[in-house]
Unconditional design. Structure first.
Length: 344
């Protein structure tokens, strides 16, 4: 995504604010104050670790402290030319993180560095790409009522960055070996989570924990350095899958299908993108919903407008929905029912 078009050298900036709007509700008098600012051009070149030019990749500028909803927000970007040069126009003043990466799936390189943009153009920015790190370990299945998957090669483990724009390019997503071991190569420099990533081999199982050298990092990003080798990663699964189910009906007990049910932790510290403690479900044609796989804990459960899905990881949005939410406590293997009665 690239920046909107501005008048030459001048742009307008509006301060956003969160507004809670229900389904089919009209809200009037939403005003925005615009401020004219002088935009800048940011240019430079990208080098490989050996000093050669890096061609065929992308450079992005993401505003610091403005990562919304796990989405990309206002990212200003440019392709890297064959000669390693890049140029990004119409960048408003502010503090940014500059991220660059090549497009080589076999030898991915990346870099991240802070950049402050004032009222004038910035040239000769030098970006040096770095080799990634590797993570290796094994997956484990807790003893339970179900047999572990017979074909572990259908399982995937990934290491998504906590920075949303870092996950827009090729992402390492290796298969698990038959013995349950795995290695994730070319993990970009920065903070990452370790997560199972789809695959048909985990039906009936959910993530229990992730440890590195015995230290629990299930919901704590790990810091990755260039060339680092992180071993002894253990990803544990359990068949004690928690569930919240129920129905949404109107005052006449008719099924309501135009809402989404949002469940989010009562602990604000986990209100962030990629949080395991935030999940949603749409109702089916009978007004029934089911949310499976939340970790044990206490949750707010509330109906929301499905059009607002970009807001679900936004702390301000979640805070607004606490007051009218029901509360549900989940232990391992719990199945709880929460019904809703709404006005159309």
């Amino acid at each position: 995504m690239y920046a909107p078009t501005y008048y030459p050298g001048v742009g307008s900036v509006a301060e956003a604010r969160a507004v809670a709007v229900g389904v089919s509700q009209e809200v009037n008098d939403i005003d925005f104050g615009l401020q004219l600012v002088r935009t800048a051009r940011v240019s430079g070149h990208v080098e490989n670790p050996d000093g050669s030019w890096s061609g065929m990749g992308n450079v992005n500028l993401m505003p610091q402290g403005n990562v919304r909803n796990g989405g990309l927000g206002n990212i200003f970007g440019s392709r890297i030319g064959w000669d390693g040069q890049f140029s990004i126009s119409n960048v408003p003043p502010g503090a940014y993180t500059l991220r660059a990466r090549n497009n080589d799936r076999d030898a991915p390189l990346s870099a991240a560095q802070p950049l402050s943009v004032g009222g004038g153009d910035i040239g000769n920015v030098v970006v040096i790409l770095e080799t990634g790190a590797s993570l290796s370990g094994t997956i484990v299945f807790e003893p339970g009522s179900s047999s572990p998957p017979s074909d572990l090669t259908q399982v995937r483990i990934s290491a998504p960055s906590i920075e949303p724009d870092e996950n827009t390019g090729p992402t390492p997503n290796p298969r698990i070996n038959k013995d349950g071991t795995f290695t994730i190569d070319a993990v970009s420099v920065g903070a990452h989570l370790i997560r199972p990533n789809g695959g048909g081999g985990l039906r009936g199982w959910t993530l229990k924990s992730v440890t590195v050298d015995g230290r629990d990092v299930t919901d704590t990003p790990i810091s990755v350095r260039s060339g680092q080798r992180i071993r002894n990663v253990t990803v544990t699964f359990t068949d004690k899958v928690n569930e919240i189910n129920g129905s949404i009906t109107d005052a006449q007990s008719n099924a309501v299908t135009e809402y989404t049910v949002l469940a989010f932790s009562t602990d604000p510290s986990v209100w962030r993108a990629q949080s395991r403690q935030i999940m949603t479900a749409r109702t089916d044609q009978t007004g029934m919903f089911k949310i499976r796989g939340l970790p044990a804990g206490e949750y707010y459960v509330v109906t929301v407008d499905p059009a607002e899905q970009g807001e679900w990881f936004e702390p301000a949005y979640l805070d607004q929905h606490r007051a009218g939410a029901s509360r549900v406590t989940l232990s391992d293997g719990d199945v709880k029912t929460q019904d809703f009665r709404v006005r159309r």
